[in-house]
Design a protein around this ligand. Structure first.
Ligand code: HEC
Ligand code: HEC
Length: 347
């Protein structure tokens, strides 16, 4: 998969040619999905059972983004070490990954650093890391050299290595996770172990159950939200199981978004990349306010209203916004820790 998609929903004419990745049948149906829905069905009409094109939904949302796989095989010891490293205070600032990416808060801290903190939950499933997709894998994202003014994490390689070497407990855990490696305490192994842990931070939602065949998993209101999400054209950009995390796109496609941050252009220097950011996943979006790369949008209602206006030039009535928000809330899954606890209880 390439990094750039065309705004296929926005320009219906280009649809069939430019929706790369979508089967022709989907592109054709997308075309009809773009025909405006009849206005004003009224609240009573909306109570009627909502019919979603289920096959289309499965095609749009059924697949995973093409995310880089782990290069080293995982093990329980690596995951355990990765969790310890994630929680350890490292570097000159004695900071932990967890201080900004609190797993109990769905992998983020609700704060804006140089950019709005992205969640580590489900991050390993993205095609690339960070708002500007500047790192390929979660292993790469764990320690990244300051690049074009954007720093990230707990310090540079030398700082991290010094912290690791200073801890006898971590030394033992590294030896257990990398048996036979004479140089087990290394930044390379730090990356592998953190990655092994991050790859366990995944959630499953009601919407997954729906896509996996249980069409009753969504209520009528939630189905209405799904239908509006599809018909309004949000699916131009928010597709796959993650409803994002699969490409970069322009923030401010049809109406400009005022921001100092040039996004992908910081990396490439190319004017054509100005304002391009990774399309954020919408999994657990209910739990990860504030929104956008700059954290300037406070609520989900505002994000949905503004997205429709800015990206699609559609002004959604409050009822439609509420329905879409109800759908987005079906994308929340129990936290990884909660899933483990539930599985243990079952056994
Ligand atoms: C000071 C706060 C802070 C600390 C400490 C921190 N992060 Fe981050 N993290 C961020 C911010 C802010 C972003 C978004 C930055 C961007 O996109 O430019 C981010 C992005 C990420 C991403 C990309 C997620 C995605 O969806 O693309 C991953 C993975 C990640 N961090 C992992 C880690 C790990 C692992 C550590 C510890 C080694 C760590 N972070 C430490 C603030 C922090
Ligand atoms: C042209 C592509 C495109 C379309 C169409 C689009 N989005 Fe987005 N969406 C994005 C991008 C890019 C961002 C990140 C914006 C930023 O950070 O400046 C985003 C951000 C969001 C966010 C905030 C997520 C977060 O974690 O910050 C939500 C919610 C959202 N979109 C929902 C929608 C809905 C609902 C629709 C349809 C009404 C829609 N989007 C249409 C590309 C798109």
């Amino acid at each position: 998969m390439t990094t750039r998609f065309f705004p296929c929903g926005a320009i219906a004419l280009l649809l069939t040619t430019l929706c790369n990745g979508l089967p022709a049948s989907v592109a054709a149906t997308l075309d009809t999905a773009l025909v405006p829905v009849p206005q004003e069905p009224g609240p009573a009409a909306k109570k009627k059972p909502v019919r979603v094109n289920y096959d289309l939904a499965k095609q749009l949302f059924g697949t995973e983004p093409a995310a880089p796989a782990a290069k080293v095989e995982s093990s329980k010891e690596k995951v355990d070490l990765g969790k310890s490293l994630y929680e350890a205070k490292l570097g000159k600032a004695q900071q932990s990954c967890a201080s900004c990416h609190d797993v109990a808060k769905y992998g983020q801290d609700g704060a804006v650093h140089d950019r709005n903190t992205l969640s580590t939950v489900n991050a390993a499933r993205h095609y690339a890391q960070f708002w500007d997709a500047r790192a390929a894998s979660v292993e790469d994202a764990a320690v990244i050299a300051p690049k074009n003014g954007v720093e990230h994490g707990v310090g540079d390689e030398a700082e991290v290595l010094a912290s690791l070497q200073a801890s006898a407990d971590l030394g033992k855990a590294f030896a257990a996770a990398f048996p036979g490696d004479a140089n087990a305490v290394s930044v390379a192994n730090f990356r592998v172990a953190i990655g092994a842990y991050l790859r366990t931070l995944v959630t499953k939602s009601k919407f997954d159950a729906y896509l996996d065949g249980d069409q009753k998993a969504l209520s009528n209101d939630e189905k209405l939200g799904l239908k509006l999400f599809m018909d309004t054209g949000c699916i131009t950009c928010h597709t796959t199981r993650l409803l994002g995390g699969h490409m970069i796109q322009k923030s401010g496609l049809l109406k400009p978004y005022p921001t100092e941050d040039t996004g992908r252009m910081r990396l490439s220097g190319s004017e054509a990349d100005k304002g391009f950011f990774k399309v954020p996943t919408l999994l657990n979006v209910e739990k990860t306010a504030p929104y956008y790369h700059d954290g300037k949008v406070a609520t989900l209602e505002d994000a949905v209203t503004h997205m429709a206006d800015m990206q699609l030039n559609k002004q959604l009535p409050p009822d439609d916004v509420a329905a879409i928000v109800a759908f987005l809330k079906t994308l929340t899954g129990p936290l990884p820790g909660a899933i483990d606890a539930r599985d243990e209880k079952k056994q």
